[in-house]
Design a protein around this ligand. Structure first.
Ligand code: GLA
Length: 328
């Protein structure tokens, strides 16, 4: 048996959280999957199970089976658990039709949802992505059902309702395409500054970090993290994966991927961003294989373990950066 330390041990020794998004079906059916999750990671995010669609089979019922399985797995294995996500414009229930509700009814619907879900996991979820992707790519507030009914105040309310039921959990705003300094992260910065000025109980910002084709410049990522921290917010990397455009690949993709993961872990260590969650355990579980036509556009091996659960160069790079043995 190897005596080499695992990724989880390297992270824990460094007071760092390295996480993976998990799916209940894979946990139940594939021992290699849950063993890798348990042995190599000290943080977990349910990939889909806590979204409104999967949780709400009908207007008056909840199905917590999958969410409970993942949250329980995390707790049993002494992992940090991120809840994802309470308010989003995607993955809503099929039966949900905004035109069936008045604005006041939508407000009550959202409050009940947040109270019920946050309340159930009051003692088992450490941090919540309360609002996901409220900002559009051009920096304006996204036109969602929640925005349409309640205006910008829907963010204030969502955070307040979450805080009411769980004063202990850290409450995050989470988004994509805002990892470095750019127009979208500028807009998110302005939005979160407004929320803080209104005393909205927000603790942090999640940078999703889906590096599918471009690579956000690490120095700009560090600067971005620091400006949010200067607002008094914690910053976590919440959904990282590193792929390439199918028609534009580097000469040695695995080595390039490893280098980039290492650079971003080093940015985290330098900036005291203490949590990095990868969006899946192994390449066999990446969302890129099942989402729209993404498998035609992007390479589908963005994670730290390959299809056979063998650690990839990216795994060694992340572990090396965390254990201080691989700093370039
Ligand atoms: C966004 C969401 C995630 C997941 C990914 C991939 O980043 O926040 O929950 O759905 O898209 O689809």
């Amino acid at each position: 048996m190897s005596t080499e330390q695992t990724l989880r041990e390297a992270a824990t020794n460094r007071d760092f959280r390295i996480g993976a998004a998990l799916a209940a079906r894979a946990l139940r059916s594939d021992p290699s999957y849950w063993k890798a999750a348990r042995n190599e990671f000290n943080a977990v995010t349910p990939e889909n199970a806590l979204k409104m669609g999967p949780l709400r089979p009908s207007p008056h019922t909840y199905d917590f089976t999958d969410a409970d399985a993942i949250v329980d797995f995390g707790r049993e294995n002494d992992m940090y658990v991120r809840g994802h996500t309470l308010v989003w414009h995607n993955q809503k229930p099929e039966w949900f039709q905004a035109w069936d509700y008045t604005d006041d009814q939508l407000r009550k619907f959202l409050r009940d949802h947040i109270h019920t879900v946050v309340g159930r996991y009051r003692s088992s979820i450490d941090a919540w992505d309360v609002v996901n992707e409220a900002v559009a790519d051009d920096g304006t507030l996204r036109e969602t059902v929640w925005y349409d009914a309640l205006g910008e105040e829907y963010l204030d309310l969502a955070f307040q309702w979450a805080r009411e039921v769980n004063p202990e959990a850290d409450l995050y705003y989470n988004d994509y395409g805002a990892d470095a300094i750019n127009e979208k992260s500028d807009a998110i910065y302005d939005l979160l500054e407004r929320l803080l000025e209104r005393d909205v109980p927000i603790d942090g910002v999640g940078l999703q970090f889906h590096a599918l084709a471009g690579r956000p410049d690490p120095e700009s990522v560090a600067e971005n993290i620091r400006r949010f921290q200067d607002l008094g917010l914690d910053v976590q990397i919440t959904e990282m994966d590193v792929a390439n455009a199918v028609d534009d690949q580097p000469e040695d993709p695995l080595a390039e991927q490893a280098d980039y993961y290492r650079e971003i872990v080093e940015v985290c260590l330098e900036t005291d961003c203490d949590t990095l969650v990868t969006w899946g355990v192994h390449d066999g579980s990446t969302w890129l294989r099942n989402f729209k036509d993404f498998s035609k556009r992007y390479t589908d091996d963005p994670l730290l373990f390959d299809d056979g659960y063998e650690p990839k160069p990216a795994y060694d790079a992340v572990k090396g950066a965390l254990s201080g043995t691989d700093r370039s």
